[in-house]
Design a protein around this ligand. Structure first.
Ligand code: WTA
Length: 803
């Protein structure tokens, strides 16, 4: 019988102030945020394009990456004896904190094997501590974190009950995961149900473009089904009556629940329908739904029959949706008629209608549009309808049987496609396969959140993004967790909504984005303190670097200083967490994602792609594969290789910059490519630029990211108008509307800066470095502008900044 993961794993203007010793103090180091083609319907990820030789010999120049927004290195002094007195349960710990025996005379540890160099640097934490002027650490639950507290140490109680309870335990597991990845991951994979076990080779990989095509495979030959492992296996293990989903609607008081058994029945009905209308293994199904229960149901139904889901965030415009339909050519589109977001109604079906019409103009027909009637937002009668193509979900799905045979798939068969922004105007279809992704999301979920079967888990992300795939749907359900799916807006009807939901469902793990934390900080503490929040145990953050003041507010106020924060760094491409605290193991530093997850070998490289050791700043890359890694970009393996594996041959390049401090902690500093991270959403500057220039009165546009108090980064657009067109506020609005219409409201520029000309080199390249400085008003840091074709342009731009 099925052996499920969960069973074997365990039985059964204020924001810049913080409260320091009851005095409100301004945080000096916090400037609001930072102190510083394949046309085939059948998707087969093995159908890679082979024409990569030419590009390989001419890798992307590093200079194309813009300089990173640097976060000053975190400097602190630390007293190792603090651990001895406060961490008696971890006798190994103090020795880990000091240079190991065999170290060089100056206290520098002897290097381990090349593979384990960075593990070695961790074991010396914090090496060369020097003199200790003051104690700057606190223990979870014992005090509020102030600006001086640079280290938050797990309490004895927390550590004792945690899956990984000390750095020593972590290091032992980590060491094995690096030295014996096959054995390490096979052990975790064995906790799932496999109809047939994978072959002799647990994984095979080539991440070095110089040695041939990039290739990653895990558990090939293993036959399984992720939907089975999420649902059937948990039911077989006796958890059929456990709540799988608590659904909370936009309006307080509108809610629903599904047990694991009921969820399986719903999934089976939809899966039977999909099969009945001709969806087969490998076919794409496009899902454009808000956070209704039907969204994870649709994803799981696809997985059950081996179809490949492509969820498009229901905030994307019809143009963006059309682009994705044309790329993946789905047999069917699943949507709903409308959704209520806060007090606004969004007519999703109208957007889908326009997108399908556009796809048809591009020779991509969609035969069926399955539409869920979201009664609370819009009645059937008021929904526009295309006879013959459109079907009401509620009319057909309940008629189908609530049991459905599984399609057993290979571990390397595709599970889903998810489009993400890159450095060009065309979104990339990130493709994930089944087996490795399953093992990786489940394992990361369990360890990074220290998940226990009694937890109630809420991730505020939308399933339209990777976080909603890995950590609303698959990761938690594979662990048999109870998950909250929230349809509404976190500030509706008021900014206390999140904490009301936490109290209502007794949420114990709360995972969100820094942008939400910052926006709630602005609303005042009383919205938080009027709720109990005592069920909370672990907090999580994702999407962008969390600035220390937001970290402290989240920690002190929301978590009452007793909940560790898992600041998880990862990406659509990585499938799951890459660098993350393990809450019971590592002391945390506010704002640092800490250390790598098991099996992950992060490296920091310089501009030339040379690995840098110790305390440093550079580009964040990853050495060797991990089970959750994406396998290709759909229909464009060449772009996969050039985007991620050519800049620094031998590594996966994340596109992020980072600092590593003297203790080995990793601090993400943001994107170093032409991608802007707005409220945790990745937006390519090229996408926004191409939307702007499609406006008839826009001649040229250059978009850069600027720091934004709430969103992390805002979109700042320099726009050159067609000759003779006067500047006006109406035109500004119309340009913003064009971007909203073409991409979606979340990509709307925060600022349009009129630009009679753009700073260009003599060869015509736009100097974004200069634009970035002008946008952020760092005029004394413009640097050398003498190489510009027309240096006068800079002064002109500066004079128009506030016009
Ligand atoms: C950023 C979201 C700092 C980063 C899961 C990355 C982060 C991009 C963090 C991926 C974090 C995500 N700290 N930065 N904890 N998490 N990022 O693909 O720039 O939507 O490259 O995946 O978000 O965004 P994506």
């Amino acid at each position: 019988m099925a052996s499920t993961y969960c069973n074997s794993a365990s039985p059964s203007s204020r924001n810049i102030y913080y409260n320091h010793k009851n005095r409100w103090k301004r945080n000096p180091c916090d400037r609001y945020g930072y102190s510083s083609s394949n046309n085939n319907n059948n998707i087969n990820c093995n159908k890679y394009s082979k024409s990569v030789r030419a590009r390989r010999s001419n890798p992307a120049p590093i200079s194309k990456f813009t300089t990173c927004y640097c976060w000053p290195l975190f400097k602190h002094d630390f007293n190792p004896s603090f651990f001895t007195s406060h961490f008696p349960t971890n006798p190994q710990l103090p020795s880990l904190l000091l240079p190991r025996s065999g170290a060089g005379g100056d206290g520098v540890p002897a290097m381990a094997s090349d593979k384990l160099r960075h593990v070695d640097s961790m074991t010396t934490l914090p090496s060369r501590a020097g003199k200790i002027p003051k104690l700057n650490a606190l223990i979870l639950g014992e005090a509020l974190a102030s600006e001086e507290d640079h280290l938050i140490i797990p309490s004895q109680d927390f550590s004792e009950q945690a899956h990984v309870s000390s750095p020593a335990e972590y290091l032992e597991m980590y060491r094995r995961s690096i030295e014996d990845p096959a054995g390490f991951w096979s052990d975790f994979a064995s906790q799932f149900y496999w109809k047939e076990k994978w072959g002799q080779t647990v994984y095979s990989e080539n991440l070095d473009i110089r040695k041939g095509s990039i290739n990653i495979e895990w558990f090939k030959g293993g036959i399984t089904n992720i939907c089975y492992n999420c649902l059937d296996a948990n039911i077989a293990a006796g958890h059929g009556e456990k709540i799988a989903i608590y659904w909370e609607g936009n309006e307080p008081g509108v809610d629903a629940t599904l047990t694991y058994k009921q969820l399986l029945q719903r999934v089976c009905q939809l899966a039977n329908y999909l099969r009945d209308v001709g969806v087969k293994k490998g076919d794409a199904v496009l899902i454009y739904l808000p956070m209704l229960m039907e969204l994870p149901i649709a994803m799981l139904a696809c997985a059950r029959i081996g179809a490949v889901h492509s969820v498009v965030f229901a905030g994307f415009s019809s143009e963006s949706l059309a682009q994705r339909i044309i790329d993946c050519k789905p047999k069917i589109v699943i949507t709903c008629n409308a959704v209520q977001r806060g007090s606004k109604t969004i007519y999703l079906k109208d957007i889908v209608d326009a997108a399908i019409a556009e796809s048809v103009r591009n020779e991509t027909a969609v035969d069926i549009c399955l539409t869920y009637e979201n009664v609370s937002a819009l009645k059937k009668e008021s929904t526009k309808w295309v006879e013959g193509r459109d079907t009401w979900w509620q009319d057909v799905i309940p008629k189908y049987s609530d049991t459905c045979d599984l399609e057993w798939v290979d571990a390397e068969d595709p599970l889903f496609l998810l489009y993400t922004s890159g450095s060009t105007g065309k979104p990339k279809g990130v493709l994930h396969t089944t087996g490795g992704y399953m093992v990786y999301t489940a394992t990361t979920f369990k360890f990074a959140f220290d998940y226990k079967p009694s937890d109630v888990y809420w991730c505020t992300a939308d399933c339209g993004w990777i976080t909603g795939h890995s950590y609303v749907t698959y990761g938690p359900l594979l662990n048999g967790a109870t998950v909250i799916v929230f349809e509404g807006a976190p500030n509706y009807p008021d900014p206390g909504r999140c904490w009301e939901i936490v109290d209502k469902y007794k949420v114990s793990i709360f995972y969100t984005a820094p942008t939400l934390v910052r926006s709630l900080m602005r609303e005042g503490n009383e919205h938080v303190t009027r709720y109990s929040r005592k069920s909370l145990r672990v907090l999580g953050s994702v999407g962008e670097p969390i600035n220390p003041s937001a970290w402290r507010w989240f920690f002190n106020l929301v978590g009452d200083s007793r909940c560790p924060i898992s600041d998880t760094w990862w990406q659509t491409e990585t499938g799951g967490f890459m660098i993350t605290p393990l809450p019971g193991a590592w002391p945390q530093k506010p704002g640092s994602a800490t250390f790598p997850f098991f099996g992950i070998q992060p490296v920091v490289v310089d501009e030339k792609g040379k690995e840098i050791e110790g305390e440093c700043s550079g580009y964040l890359c990853v050495k060797s594969s991990w089970p959750g890694a994406f396998r290709t970009l759909y229909g464009d393996h060449e772009r996969y290789e050039t985007t991620y594996f050519s800049a620094f041959p031998g590594y996966y390049f994340s596109g992020d910059g980072c600092n590593r401090d003297k203790d080995g902690y990793i601090w993400l500093t943001g994107r170093v490519d032409d991608v802007i991270n707005v409220s945790g959403h990745r937006i390519g500057t090229a996408e926004v630029e191409s939307a702007l220039v499609s406006h008839p009165q826009c001649a040229e546009a250059a978009v850069v990211g600027v720091e934004h108090e709430v969103k992390g980064q805002g979109i700042y657009a320099f726009v050159t108008l067609v000759e003779g067109v006067p500047y006006s506020d109406d035109l500004r609005k119309s340009l913003i509307m064009t971007v909203r219409k073409q991409i979606g409201a979340f990509a709307a520029p925060d600022k349009i800066h009129w630009a009679p000309g753009l700073p260009k080199t003599r060869s015509g390249k736009i100097m974004r470095r200069i634009l970035r400085k002008i946008a952020s008003k760092q005029l004394d840091e413009l640097g050398d502008i003498s190489t510009l074709a027309d240096p006068g342009v800079v002064e002109e731009l500066i004079s128009l900044a506030d016009s």
